[in-house]
Ligand binder design. Structure first.
Ligand code: FES
Length: 164
C-alpha cells in the first residue's frame, strides 16, 4: 500500500518534470511541486529535478535552502502551524506554542517521535480576528487557550488511535 502511494506520487512528480522539464526558471515550481506531492523536498526529488533540468544538485539544494518555504526533512502526518504574527503574539501565541511543545514533547521545526505531528511557527495565518490561531493541516482553530489546544491535540491522537 505504501509503495503504491509512493509510485503514484513518483508518477505525479514525473508528470511535473515532463511539463516543466528544461524550461528556464523551472527550479522553484519543481521544488514547490515536490513539496506538494511528497510533503517535503527529498534528496531523491532533487536528483530527479537535476536529471531533468541538467542543473547540478548542489545548485538546486542552494535554492531550496535559500527559501524558507521549502522543507528538506520528512514531515509528520499532521502539520501544526502556530501563528506568531502580531495579533496572535499580542494575544498569547507564545503560551500556545509552549503548550504544544510541552504536550507533544516536541520543539519547533521538529517532528514528534511517533511521526504524527510536525510543529512549525508561521507569520500571520490571515485570520487575526481569531487570534491566537493555529492551523492543523487545512483546519484553522482560533481564540485558543493552552487548555483548548491541548484538547484539540488529544482529539487528533484519539482519532488516530481509533483508525488503527
Ligand atoms: S496574526 Fe495570527 S492570524 Fe494574523
Amino acid at each position: 500500500m505504501i509503495s503504491e502511494s509512493k509510485e503514484l506520487k513518483d508518477e505525479l512528480f514525473r508528470r511535473k518534470l515532463r511539463r516543466y522539464g528544461a524550461e528556464k526558471g523551472s527550479i522553484i515550481p519543481l521544488l514547490q511541486a515536490a513539496q506538494e506531492i511528497y510533503s517535503y523536498v527529498s534528496e531523491e526529488a532533487v536528483s530527479m529535478i537535476s536529471e531533468s533540468t541538467k542543473i547540478p544538485q548542489s545548485s538546486i539544494f542552494g535554492v531550496a535552502t535559500f527559501y524558507k518555504q521549502f522543507r528538506l526533512k520528512p514531515v509528520g502526518k499532521h502539520i501544526i502551524k502556530v501563528c506568531q504574527g502580531t495579533a496572535c503574539h499580542v494575544n498569547g501565541s507564545k503560551e500556545i506554542m509552549k503548550a504544544v511543545e510541552d504536550h507533544l514533547s516536541v520543539k519547533e521545526d521538529e517532528n514528534t517521535k511517533d511521526g504524527m505531528f510536525t510543529l512549525l511557527s508561521v507569520a500571520c495565518l490571515g485570520c487575526c480576528s481569531l487570534s491566537p490561531a493555529v492551523m492543523i493541516d487545512d483546519e484553522t482553530y482560533g481564540k485558543l487557550t493552552p487548555d483548548a489546544i491541548r484538547e484539540i491535540l488529544d482529539s487528533y491522537r484519539k482519532t488516530e488511535g481509533e483508525e488503527k
